[in-house]
Design a protein around this ligand. Structure first.
Ligand code: E4P
Length: 219
């Protein structure tokens, strides 16, 4: 499973990258607003850290003409930009054109398997089902991931990767991985929760204490 960081915080991105945990980055207008920084220079800086993995930068318009112009600017930032478009008729029109021209497109705000089917037909590199936001309204977000994977498996001609988004906890990551989702994007603090286990902490404390009793040193 590929791990994308759902953040524009450069320190967090650098840290995850240094541990070999980073395969890409996703941003959205809310994440950019939270950063308080200028959008395009910030995306450029992220692309200088994450030079190979996809960096998702989202259009902000909702009509075809403006989205298309914004997409052209965004994809010129770096070769590894994945232009993010909303799952609307106009968004998928932009998706089809960019995909035909060899640009990666991440189709965002996916809440149904029918929408995911449309995105695959439009040549999306990634479809982003939002599991957390579905859970928030009492729908099982992970069920959507399962449905999309089942549908895509029936049609090997689609090479759209399922990018599980709106992840709120480690269970979302683990269950998505069990289903074989290609990618997940999560806030760095949720990714780091995967390290945690109380028995690891307890076991390590005991090993350190027992080692001290021996009076030895490896160095
Ligand atoms: C990523 O591509 C999405 O924009 C993001 O995961 C949304 O997460 P949220 O529902 O926590 O805002």
């Amino acid at each position: 499973m590929k791990f994308f960081a759902d953040t524009s915080n450069l320190d967090e991105i650098k840290e995850l990258d240094s541990y070999g945990l980073l395969d890409g980055v996703t941003t959205n207008p809310s994440i950019i607003a939270k950063s308080g920084k200028e959008f395009i220079p910030l995306i450029k800086e992220i692309c200088e850290i994450v030079t190979t993995g996809p960096v998702s930068a989202e259009v902000t318009a909702t009509d075809y003409d403006t989205m298309r112009k914004e997409a052209d600017i965004l994809r010129s930032i770096a070769d590894n930009i994945a232009v993010k478009v909303p799952l609307t008729q106009d968004g998928l029109k932009v998706c089809k054109e960019l995909s035909d021209e060899g640009t990666m497109v991440n189709v965002t705000l996916c809440f149904s398997s029918g929408q995911a089917l449309l995105a695959a037909k439009a040549g999306a590199a990634f479809i982003s089902p939002f599991v957390g936001r579905l859970d928030d309204i009492c729908f099982q977000g992970l069920d959507l991931v399962a449905d999309i994977l089942t549908i895509y498996d029936n049609y090997p001609q689609y090479d759209t990767e399922v990018l599980v988004a709106s992840i709120r906890n480690p269970i979302h990551i683990i269950e998505s991985a069990k289903m074989g989702a290609h990618v997940m994007t999560a806030p760095p603090n949720v990714i780091k929760q995967l390290y945690n286990h109380p028995l690891t902490d307890k076991g390590l404390t005991a090993f350190v204490a027992d080692w001290e009793k021996t009076g030895q040193s490896i160095l």
